[in-house]
Design a protein around this ligand. Structure first.
Ligand code: A2P
Length: 299
């Protein structure tokens, strides 16, 4: 299975990252240290996870040269206005202790007013192009090497890419797991040369137990002599996506980096099993944010 993928910029991105969403302060630093010594070189974070400073300190403590690491962060919804973006980026850079990001994503296709708590900026939500143009400028300025999107469905991607972009989105980071495998989005993304990144690959806190006890997953694990988590993470890479498992448990962090090729017939069985039930999303903030629309258009 691929250890890396090549992005449109030519940069090579490691296929497995440590995800640090829901890795709390006081825990995340040790998780990052364990991951880096286990061989991870890709950390997937975001400004809103409120742990970038501790992530940065752990990176610094590792003494791994910056150019060997892949650091992703995400622009929060309050900062989509072009004049606010560079300040938000600079904050993340300073907390992470670096002068550039490998990848910066628009976290959600939803813009809030800067000061307003969850007050929608309707213009920038309807049209993210001004936000994107500013991100392109920051690539040219050398502060970001690649830009991408997160939580965009096909309609919203096309809404952005209908513009004459200087840089195409390098990736789209979305929820992909056994309960929400999104085969149509995956197929469309492959046809359109857009790499997906799988967040909550194990189903997050809420559904990890359920994911690891899926009979097909357990059977394949048993057959290959690997763990159920390794089956699911390997399946994600074999589907052609980047995968971002989160853990703060040292043994699991080590376990999650090891991916294995699943025999084709087992892979197809898993793909079918995942698609055989109605999709169940772990993450959908539309009601929590009181959006007057469903951010995923019911998909
Ligand atoms: P913890 O962080 O306490 O180790 P996801 O990556 O889908 O967001 O899932 C994260 C959840 O899965 C967390 O609850 C994490 O627990 C748990 N988890 C991560 N890796 C493993 C593993 N290899 N085996 C069992 N549970 C895991």
């Amino acid at each position: 299975l691929p250890s890396h993928y090549t992005l449109p910029s030519g940069d090579s991105i490691p296929s497995v990252a440590l995800g640090v969403w829901q890795a709390s302060k006081g825990e995340v630093g040790n998780a990052v240290k364990t991951a880096l010594s286990a061989g991870y070189r890709h950390i997937d974070g975001a400004w809103i996870y409120r742990n970038e400073e501790e992530v940065g300190q752990a990176i610094k403590a590792s003494s791994i040269p910056r150019e060997e690491l892949w650091l992703t962060s995400k622009l929060w919804n309050n900062f989509h206005a072009p004049e606010d973006i560079e300040t938000a980026l600079d904050q993340s850079l300073s907390m992470l202790g670096t002068d550039y990001l490998d990848l910066y994503l628009i976290h959600w296709p939803v813009a809030f007013k800067k000061e307003g708590n969850n007050v929608i900026d309707e213009d920038l939500t309807a049209d993210p192009y001004p936000t994107w143009q500013k991100l392109e400028e920051l690539v040219d300025k050398g502060k970001i090497r690649n830009i991408g999107i997160s939580n965009f469905n096909i309609r919203r991607i096309q809404n952005l890419t209908a513009n004459k972009l200087k840089y195409q989105p390098a990736v789209n980071q979305v929820e992909l797991n056994f309960w929400n495998p999104q085969p149509e989005l995956l197929k469309w993304s492959k046809e359109n040369g857009l790499l997906l990144e799988a967040y909550s690959p194990l189903g997050s806190d809420k559904q990890v137990g359920k994911s690891l006890s899926v009979p097909e997953v357990k059977d394949i694990a048993c057959k290959l002599g690997i763990t159920p988590a390794q089956v699911i993470i390997s399946w994600s890479v074999q589907r052609g996506t980047i995968v971002l498992p989160k853990s703060v448990t040292p043994s699991r962090i080590v376990e999650n980096l090891e991916v294995f090729k699943i025999p084709q017939e087992d892979f197809e069985m898993l793909e079918q099993a995942a698609a055989s039930h109605p999709p169940q999303r772990v993450v959908n903030p539309s009601s929590g944010w009181k959006l007057p629309f469903d951010v995923f258009d019911g998909q």
